[in-house]
Design a protein around this ligand. Structure first.
Ligand SMILES: Nc1ncnc2c1ncn2[C@@H]1O[C@H](COP(=O)(O)OP(=O)(O)OP(=O)(O)O)[C@@H](O)[C@H]1O
Ligand SMILES: [Mg+2]
Length: 273
């Protein structure tokens, strides 16, 4: 079973400088419990590809499936619901709300899903425990280190038990040692929770944590190879994940003091909050 599949994805931007082929005919398949790293130089198309895989952006051509559902065939409302129920996003800039505690930030996706309070508390505590921040639940982002803030971002991304985790340079703002521990954490969560993850980085040191590495160059895949030393892709945990249930549409989010930097990020935050 694939958790995430894309077929012949292309994205062409038209700007004053002419046409930019940011992604060209890209095929991707990610299984539950598999960590795929997308690597490439600045401008290679990593963010464009991740935005297409998270269906935050529509491809010029090509198709994306999340589980058995063709995401690229859905209208915006159905797509927002699909993203909310199946995808978790981690951002380079963390994307936390400064006035909320770590626990409240992690809780937001569950509030949107109208998860009962007792279950919310339980799942938030579990997510914070998984990222090693059980003792920091009450602290606000400004009172946490960069690595801790990103771990809160990861806890928020997994608290609703997504099938797929998309992380665009999640370690881009961290020093190399902290980046290593955050990447280790992502790898561990992916393997133990059976999440399918696509993570971009240009840090060669982080690639060794991957099960598979996709190399991008000028919008094209130049290599897509398994990392032989990594753990097996399929895990029992994947089978234990609860089925994805349809949920009523969530209310509009309140004003967000942590302004998103890109349209895609804005859309993901709108879905998540
Ligand atoms: N909205 C846009 N309009 C026009 N061109 C764009 C747009 N977004 C991206 N591009 C172009 O597409 C190409 C790929 O950009 P992308 O942001 O995907 O690269 P990247 O690999 O994520 O780079 P970085 O490592 O710097 O984040 C670049 O040439 C970029 O200028
Ligand atoms: Mg990028």
């Amino acid at each position: 079973m694939t958790a995430l599949r894309a077929e012949k994805l292309s994205r062409t931007f038209t700007s004053s400088a002419g046409e930019v082929h940011a992604c060209v005919d890209i095929d991707v398949e990610v299984h539950p419990g598999e960590l795929v790293v997308v690597r490439g130089a600045s401008g290679a198309g990593k963010t464009t590809l991740l935005n297409l895989l998270g269906v935050l952006d529509r491809p010029t051509s090509g198709r994306v499936w999340i589980g058995d559902t063709e995401a690229t065939a859905l209208d915006e409302d159905a797509l927002a619901r699909l993203r909310r129920e199946n995808l978790g996003f981690v951002f380079q800039s963390f994307g936390l709300i400064p006035v909320l505690s770590a626990a409240e930030n992690v809780e937001l996706p569950l509030r949107i899903e109208k998860t009962p309070a007792a279950e919310r508390d339980e799942r938030v505590a579990e997510a914070l425990r998984l990222v090693g921040l059980a003792d920091h639940a009450a602290q606000r982002p400004g009172e946490l280190s960069g690595g801790q803030q990103q771990r809160v971002g990861i806890a928020r991304a997994i608290v609703a038990r997504p099938r797929v985790l998309i992380a665009d340079e999640p370690t881009g703002q961290l020093d190399s040692r902290t980046a290593g521990t955050v990447m280790d954490l992502i790898g561990e969560l992916v393997h133990t929770q059976g999440i399918a993850a696509v993570v971009s980085t240009h840090d060669p040191l982080l690639v060794q944590r991957a099960d598979r590495v996709i190399e991008l160059h000028d919008g094209r895949v130049t290599s897509d190879a398994a990392v032989s030393t990594a753990a097996g892709a399929e895990t029992d945990a994947a089978d234990a994940l609860p089925p994805v249930a349809a949920q009523p549409e969530a209310a509009q989010p309140e004003a967000d003091p942590d302004a998103p930097r890109t349209r895609a990020e804005a859309r993901a935050q709108r879905d998540a909050h």
